[in-house]
Ligand binder design. Structure first.
Ligand SMILES: [Zn+2]
Length: 382
């Protein structure tokens, strides 16, 4: 058995090592150089924490008088200023030169709490191992990969994975024909098909599930679903003005739900960013301080999924109407070779703004978040 060294955890700093320098001025200089110092060599490397510089020796007694009463704020200001320039370049959408391969593995009908129904489509792809989703309203939008016939599969196999037309009901034996729905689908076929409404939504655990008022993701998801599931007959005089323009929206809609939590940085990093926000950063600065781009999302998966759902330019020359406040997203969704055509951008106005604070998120924090989206990320909320 190997002998353990006499001293304890290597994480402990050396204790019998007083500074060898002769004067009190040496300490700040050492700290600012940050390498080659006696203590620096023997102390194990700290994790690359961003906050550490603010709490290291400069604030020792007798040090600089006007350092600041708020070192964290000073750190934010200096670091944010140094990377602001870099931040401006993160706005451009990431366009993959080649779209990923996607396949709809299963689909199921979901009756929703507001009375509308949607079909939840679960996708696999060759880019990551996540289960990205398409939430489809209406029965005109179908997945080509789902409808494909698998070798050797039975009618029951097809119905179980959701590759059926119409609705399932007890005793149904064919995936291809739904006698109860035939009349309806024929009459629907006579109406002119309008471009479907599309929303690209990135997963946000805090905003959608944990009631967070730090962002408006939950409200935007709800609102997108509401607009897509608006029955035509409900668009009467009491419908909000933005819904009136959707009167002809009989083609249904798709919410592409991408599993890229926290603008792509993951939940853990997003929670760190929230702590930085509580320390005074805005949402963009916080991400940059954590050395993430302001927006790490990519949309090639969304483009590929839209194409699979028959919304691509190849089979849908009329294009789609994209529900977004982010002009960059329009180009991102269209894909490297304009695989999807965005015919129109439909803005999403926060409920609280639209209703004078009567409805929507009640929080002072959401205002700062929305302002940052507008001033730093080019969003147009109008
Ligand atoms: Zn969110």
């Amino acid at each position: 058995m190997a002998d353990l060294p006499a001293h304890a955890s290597p994480k402990l700093p050396p204790q019998s090592h007083p500074p060898t320098s002769s004067g009190p001025d040496a300490l700040p200089d050492d700290a600012s150089q940050g390498s080659g110092i006696t203590t620096g060599q023997q102390t194990p490397a700290l994790p690359n924490s961003l906050l550490s510089p603010a709490f290291t020796p400069p604030a020792t007694p007798g040090g600089t008088l006007n350092l600041t009463s708020n070192p964290t704020k000073a750190l934010h200001e200096s670091q944010a200023a140094s990377i602001r320039h870099q931040g401006e370049h993160t706005k451009a959408p990431k366009l993959l030169s080649q779209l990923p391969q996607v396949e709809c593995i299963v689909r199921a009908r979901i009756p929703t709490t507001n009375g509308a129904e949607m079909f939840l489509h679960l996708y696999h792809n060759d880019m990551d191992n996540k289960e990205h989703l398409a939430i489809v309203f209406g029965n005109k939008i179908r997945s080509q990969s789902l409808d494909r016939v698998y070798p050797g599969e039975t009618e029951m196999d097809r119905m179980i994975r959701g590759a059926y037309v119409g609705k399932l009901h007890p005793g149904r034996v064919s995936s291809w024909f739904d006698d109860e729905k035939n009349a309806e689908s024929q009459s629907e076929g006579q109406t002119k098909v309008e471009p479907p409404l599309v929303r690209i939504h990135s997963e946000c655990y805090t905003g959608e599930t944990a009631w967070s008022a730090r962002c408006d993701c939950g409200e935007q998801l709800d609102e997108a679903a509401r607009l897509m599931s608006f029955p035509v007959e409900d668009l009467s005089s009491d419908a909000p003005p933005e819904a009136q323009s959707l009167r002809s929206h009989s083609a249904g809609g798709v919410i592409i739900y991408l599993r890229q939590e926290g603008r792509g940085i993951g939940l853990g990093e997003k929670l760190k960013a929230y702590n930085l926000q509580d320390l005074g950063s805005d949402t963009v600065e916080a991400n940059l301080l954590l050395r993430h781009p302001a927006d790490a999302r990519s949309y090639g998966l969304a483009t590929a999924m839209l194409m699979d759902l028959g919304c691509g330019a190849d089979v849908n020359p009329d294009g789609v109407r994209l529900l977004t406040n982010n002009p960059d997203k329009v180009r991102a969704i269209e894909g490297p070779n304009r695989e999807v055509l965005v015919k129109e951008r439909v803005p999403m106005i926060p409920l609280a703004w639209r209703t004078g604070g009567q409805r929507g998120i009640k929080s002072s924090e959401i205002e700062g978040y929305l302002k940052t989206k507008i001033s730093k990320m080019g969003h147009m909320i109008q």
